[in-house]
Design a protein around this ligand. Structure first.
Ligand SMILES: Nc1ncnc2c1ncn2[C@@H]1O[C@H](COP(=O)(O)OP(=O)(O)OP(=O)(O)O)[C@@H](O)[C@H]1O
Ligand SMILES: [Mg+2]
Length: 350
């Protein structure tokens, strides 16, 4: 047992044990060495008070995920230390649900992190941009040539090339939407209006597969939403639902309020998701489809998280699958009609 104590005390990384009420049960020496004069601290609240203001919400969300059932989380945040400068800490946290304890390990990656993190995120955005520009040119020429009489017999090949370029472009867009540092612009919207706006588009998808759409929309308050992102989330979930119903069926959109949450449910009557597949479905690039990219659900989950909402499988079996998005009631995510009418919030998530 003493070995474990030594391991805990001598670790160069921060180690903390926190209970579900936010009390610090144990901290090791590196906790004070890295974060500063904090030997007397007893609660997570005191740790949060030293966080960079932009990192508070995201860090709280990660802790909430553990309390609500996720087995482990990994995230970054910044701490102000006694010299009033910020340190970047990479956290890996796991949970002992029975004992209601969170085990957190934090590594100081100041210096290494700032450069690689900013370099990587700006590189991926600019590479995507640089790749897209020539693709647009190639697509334009293909469309021009396709119309020329000389090439008339190759029309199908041209169409295939154009649709492959569109597909590559869509993958780049999806990939970029996975980035957590995406700008999102939230305005006051009602989920029901977004569903009603999307219905004709989804109906045209559904009619090919003999799928009939049902909208059971309850009375729900407005939320602060990025409309484009929520449309994307609805489209990803309803496309999966339609693709799951090879033999037709009903695709149902349902909205309602429950306790502290506004709920959006999207259900299908497909064959369900086997348990061994269910564990993987939110991982980027996981797919069971021949032509799938495996990004639909990963992107949808990151959209939900940018709205402080949770996307989960509510149930899945032989009678079909229901995905649920739970938006929390809170003063910054909900507004009564008329309030904040033309206001918008732009958020930069870390
Ligand atoms: N409603 C559903 N019913 C059954 N299986 C589903 C459903 N939704 C998702 N899945 C499973 O989850 C996997 C991942 O879905 P995801 O949307 O991330 O990727 P995809 O649909 O395979 O590809 P794409 O990137 O084109 O969306 C799917 O391949 C499928 O196995
Ligand atoms: Mg999909």
């Amino acid at each position: 047992m003493d070995h474990f104590r030594d391991f805990f005390d001598l670790s160069l990384d921060i180690m903390m044990i926190i209970d579900f009420n936010g009390n610090l049960v144990e901290v090791n020496h590196s906790f004070s060495r890295i974060l500063g004069e904090n030997e007397s601290w007893t609660s997570l609240e005191q740790v949060f008070a030293c966080l960079h203001p932009d990192d508070v919400d995201n860090s709280a969300l990660e802790v909430q995920k553990l309390i609500r059932g996720q087995a482990a989380v990994s995230f970054l945040n910044r701490y102000r230390n006694v010299e009033q400068t910020y340190k970047w800490i990479q956290w890996t946290c796991s949970v002992n649900r029975e004992a209601q304890l969170i085990y957190a390990i934090g590594r100081d990656i100041t210096g290494i992190h700032i450069d690689t993190y900013h370099l990587l995120s700006s590189m991926s955005a600019s590479i995507a941009h640089e790749v897209r520009n020539p693709m647009t040119t190639v697509k334009g020429y293909l469309q021009l040539l396709m119309e020329k009489e000389d090439w008339g017999s190759y029309k199908d090949t041209f169409l295939l090339m154009v649709s492959e370029l569109d597909r590559a472009n869509a993958i780049i867009s999806q990939y970029l939407s996975l980035a957590n540092n995406k700008f999102i612009e939230k305005r006051q919207h009602n989920l029901n209006s977004i569903i009603e706006y999307m219905l004709p588009l989804i109906e045209s998808d559904a009619s090919k597969g003999d799928v009939c759409i049902i909208a059971a929309l309850g009375t729900i308050p407005d939320l602060m939403l990025d409309e484009q992102e929520i449309r994307q989330l609805m489209l990803n979930l309803s496309r999966n639902a339609i693709e799951a119903m090879n033999h037709g069926g009903h695709l149902t959109f349902k909205t309602y309020t429950e306790a502290e949450e506004i709920i959006l449910e999207i259900s299908d009557e497909g064959e369900g998701i086997p348990p061994e597949v269910r564990r993987e479905i939110f991982n980027p690039f996981f797919t069971t489809k021949e032509t799938g990219t495996g990004l639909g659900l990963a992107v949808s989950r990151s959209i939900a998280e940018r709205h402080r909402a949770r996307l989960e499988v509510k149930q899945s079996g032989r009678e079909g699958t229901t995905f649920v998005v739970r938006f929390p009631f809170s003063r910054d995510s909900i507004c009564s009609p008329g309030e904040l009418a033309n206001e918008s919030t732009i958020q930069f998530n870390l």
